[in-house]
Design a protein around this ligand. Structure first.
Ligand SMILES: [Zn+2]
Length: 486
């Protein structure tokens, strides 16, 4: 994960607590297993979020801008989906095994990172039917929102985030933003359809659109939960209203999601996305980005408090990086959002490109306040937005099989570790063997090196667990995957 963002967030956290900051840590800094993930696509050196999400959620690298589909599908090529052999993304894999599945995001629920869990599309921009080009409609391609009612989407136990506009018809006003209407042109109200689908199948289903309706949901009486808290993306944490008509924090959503899914004895899979870190970086507003990371950290802590860590694999990673740097010779404890002075002050944080470009000679920042939520840090190259960054990102893991994150991995390796750890992969041999007490007794101290990346990817798995608790855990393993958009 953009190491610059993680380091800066860690320092900012400490400085908010009145310390110098460098000596502290984020919750996932302390996870026992840390590795790196290579984020390039089949056709791009620097990725977008759709292709990377496809890698870690579906197990294959994909083309830029595509999601839930394999490498034969180029962006915008609706017809290619029909001829491409299907890939199986993680929610479908977990559902087949009877596990609960869900996701929580601060972006629209139809956005690039969560969408590969339930949708297949040649273009991430096809979030609603209003966004589908005529050619794609005629070719039979279905928009992402409609796929929430599809075979995998309709079985997701928890769907929470923003983005009502792609689920509501253009005849219906938004419940919070009455001057806006839904965008669907086909007349469908997918929220109503989602509720009806669960009622038909005799499940207890709940829908929330603000803090008050969120708070009124009792997890023990809920099999399925849909939360759509904004017309588009959810608010930045710094702008979030805590009132009844506001919206829940990421940590609150994670807490409730786990409470709903913990009822499943076979375990669950939850994807959590701190999506607005990315948006803040694109705008070159570093303070917003760092505080979105801290909001994500609270969500990680909330999850850790609610699960048994001996039977829960928690993976924290990023889909890609942003070009944020910590560049100066600042002294210990220098404000991370402040300035460093050589002959003239400049911000310690800066971006390689973006709207914060200021022409030379270097502007004099004396008496300029740089630690506000809207201050745009300097950029070396002028561009409309800060771009993504192609450097490797971190993988932080704890729980059963977390030791398999140990090197510089391809991004799709994350999917294979998750499916291997939870005995969902094609071979599952290690799970059968581990259920045999004789095998288990003789292999209780297997080392991590006996399972290597190559054998995992080709399904020739021949080794077992690394710790005693795994024997118990394999039957009900829980996976929580946190994605920081850094
Ligand atoms: Zn982005």
């Amino acid at each position: 994960m953009g190491p610059g963002t993680v380091t800066a967030a860690r320092i900012h956290k400490g400085q908010l607590q009145g310390r110098p900051g460098e000596e502290g840590s984020l919750a996932f800094d302390r996870f026992p297993n840390v590795a790196l993930s290579k984020t390039y696509n089949v056709d791009h050196q620097v990725t977008d979020s759709a292709a990377t999400a496809t890698a870690f959620l579906c197990g294959v690298k994909a083309n830029y801008g595509t999601l839930g589909v394999g490498p034969k599908v180029k962006r915008g090529d609706c017809n290619a989906i029909k001829t491409e052999s299907n890939i199986t993304c993680f929610a479908e894999l977990a559902q087949r095994a009877g596990k609960a599945t869900g996701f929580v995001t601060t972006s629209r629920v139809t956005h690039a990172t969560p969408a590969p869990l339930y949708a297949r599309t040649a273009d991430r921009m096809w979030e609603g039917d209003s966004e589908l080009p005529e050619e794609a409609k005629e070719g039979g391609c279905v928009d992402i929102a409609a796929q929430l009612l599809g075979p995998v989407g309709s079985n997701l136990n928890v769907v929470m985030g923003g983005g009502r506009k792609f689920l509501l018809p253009n005849t219906e006003p938004d419940p919070e933003q009455s001057q806006s209407r839904g965008l669907r042109e086909d007349g469908r109200n997918l929220v109503v359809e989602w509720m009806r689908d669960k009622e038909t199948r005799r499940f207890q289903a709940k829908y929330a659109y603000d803090q008050s309706s969120f708070d009124s949901i009792e997890p023990s009486e809920t099999d399925y939960m849909l939360g759509l808290f904004e017309y588009s993306h959810m608010k930045y944490e710094s702008e979030r209203s805590m009132e009844e008509n506001g919206e829940p924090s990421l940590a609150e959503m994670v807490q409730k999601a786990i409470q709903v899914m913990q009822a499943n004895e076979k375990g669950f899979f939850l994807l959590v996305e701190g999506a607005r870190i990315d948006h803040a970086h694109h705008s070159s507003t570093a303070r917003r980005a760092l505080e979105e990371v801290l909001s994500m950290e609270k969500a990680v802590l909330a999850a850790m408090q609610q699960v048994n860590l001996d039977e829960t694999l928690i993976v924290v990673t990023a889909d890609h990086s942003h070009p944020l740097t910590i560049s100066s010779y600042a002294t210990r404890g220098n404000p991370i959002l402040g300035e460093y002075v050589d002959f003239m002050p400049y911000t310690t944080l800066s971006y390689a490109n973006g709207p914060g470009y200021r022409s030379s000679p270097r502007p004099n920042l004396t008496n300029v306040i740089t630690d506000t939520y809207v201050y745009q840090q300097a950029s070396a190259v002028p561009s409309r937005i800060v771009s993504h960054d192609g450097t490797d990102v971190g993988i932080y893991a704890t729980g059963p099989m977390a030791h398999l994150f140990h090197s510089t991995h391809e991004q799709h390796y994350i999917y294979h570790v998750m499916s291997y750890a939870s005995c969902l992969d094609v071979s599952g041999k290690h799970c059968q063997r581990l259920r045999d007490p004789a095998f288990y007794r003789s292999h209780s101290t297997l080392d991590a090196a006996s399972i290597n990346e190559r054998t995992l990817l080709y399904g020739e798995v021949h080794a077992g667990a690394h710790k005693v608790q795994l024997w118990v855990a394999l039957h009900s393993i829980i996976i929580i995957l946190f994605i920081l958009k850094l």
